[in-house]
Design a binder for this molecule. Structure first.
Ligand code: SF4
Ligand code: SF4
Length: 305
């Protein structure tokens, strides 16, 4: 089983649009949306939720009001102002350190597992999607990313699907690390801006840490030809293959607004580049791209599964 992780050093490069387009083109796969802080893959793939699961991470105090004597000790000990009036916690302030529970003279405080979000298994136009929603002001997005990747692997194994397409989180923090570890190939989506070029260098270092192969897709390449050339030169100097160079198109935005992928609303250069991108990926992963006749039929009748 192979896992392609689509990443970008920053948000706004078109990563999810490209992930969704690849989901259109790839046969037999499971998809995962690891951008758990701002998931939107389900919006462009027409997801219908089949299963909802709670995600717990970290701990929060529960004060037993029957046992609490209102001595006020916990108020003074909490460095985060999460406890007021001896018994009431302000959950968003609580860091789950457990100091209050450890020091309560009455043992009135118990640390309980905290519900930190949900993860879902959905049906989409392109097959099964695992996605998630992290709660407000909740950390542990890396743990949630690991959880949904695990679930995707289980489904892919059970259904003998050869590929997992993972829409990774932007940046190089904990969620990106959780999305990349143990994957087969990283595809970095960059745009020809100075910040994106800088982020690509950082992303490349991160991917190298995991000894993963990386390829680049330059999106919106026509917005700044000079920067596009700089990216090409830089990739060449690092022996990083460029799998596609996609011209700027307003259709990316209008497709998302319509809840569709670019491939479902567009023909022409962009479609050709995306198709070439998928063929390069399939070749690198050593998995068959679709039979071409079947591909044409799928396109004609808008069948993407
Ligand atoms: S330290 Fe314990 S007994 Fe005292 S106010 Fe806090 S919860 Fe109540
Ligand atoms: S667990 Fe820590 S942060 Fe939360 S209320 Fe207790 S002392 Fe404050």
């Amino acid at each position: 089983m192979k896992e392609l992780v689509i990443v970008s050093g920053k948000g706004g490069t078109g990563k999810t649009s490209i992930s969704a387009a690849l989901a259109c083109l790839a046969p037999q796969k499971v998809m995962v949306d690891c951008d758990v802080d701002a998931a939107n893959f389900h919006l462009v793939s027409g997801a219908t939720i089949k299963e909802t699961h709670a995600f717990t991470a970290g701990f929060q105090p529960h004060i037993d009001e029957q046992v609490c004597t209102h001595c006020g000790k916990c108020i003074g000990l909490c460095r985060f102002g999460a406890i007021t009036a001896g018994v009431i916690t302000t959950p968003l302030n609580c860091e789950g350190c457990g100091v209050c529970a450890f020091n309560c003279p009455e043992h009135a405080i118990a640390m309980q597992e905290k519900q930190a979000g949900h993860w879902f298994i959905s049906d989409t136009r392109f097959g099964c999607l695992i996605h998630a929603e992290l709660g407000l002001a909740v950390e542990n997005s890396g743990k949630l990313v690991s959880k949904i990747r695990q679930e995707a692997k289980k489904i892919a194994a059970a259904e003998q699907l050869p590929l997992i397409i993972t829409d990774g989180p932007p940046g190089i923090g904990c969620p990106a690390i959780a999305a990349l570890s143990g994957a087969t190939l990283a595809l970095a989506v960059v745009e020809p801006s100075l910040s994106s070029m800088h982020d690509l260098a950082r992303l490349t270092d991160l991917v190298a840490h995991f000894q993963l192969p990386i390829a680049v897709c330059i999106n919106k390449s026509t917005l700044h030809q000079e920067n596009t050339e700089q990216i090409r030169t830089w990739c060449h100097s690092k022996a990083i293959p460029i799998f596609a160079q996609i011209p700027y198109s307003d259709t990316f935005r209008s497709a998302i607004q319509a809840g569709k992928t670019v491939l479902e609303v567009l023909e022409g250069d962009v479609t050709n580049e995306l198709t070439e991108l998928w063929q390069n990926i399939a070749s690198r992963l050593n998995i068959p791209p679709n039979d071409s006749k079947f591909d044409l039929l799928r396109r004609k009748f808008n069948i993407f599964r």
